[in-house]
Design a protein. Sequence first.
Length: 128
Amino acid sequence: MALIERRGNRDDFFKTFREMQRDIDSVFNNFLTGRQPQPGASLIPSVDVYETDDEYVFEFELPGFKKDDVKVKVEDNVLTVSSEVKEEKKEDKGKNYHIVERRYGSFKRQFSLPEDCEVEKIDAKFEN
């Protein structure tokens, strides 16, 4: 019978499994959606959601996105934020690109809104 010795603290031990689970999830998500992973970039934007005394706030990080390319809609008490970034074809004469790490593809994030949400008062702003 072999004995496995665990070194380091408990958090480090489980961190490896969390990272492995994230990687496995990524492989399956790419397979199911038919998308190939892009090097160095994820198209799924980060979001912070918080509540104040008066409102619920969803703050998305959308670097490189244009205002006109981002769609925001509310239907059946579900907030949907989506966009599509088209692949840019570079055809510069005299340049032989070896690496191009531009992001392209689409994303769609959906959030169920609380029952007390007043849908008619929803407002969206795009800054920077």
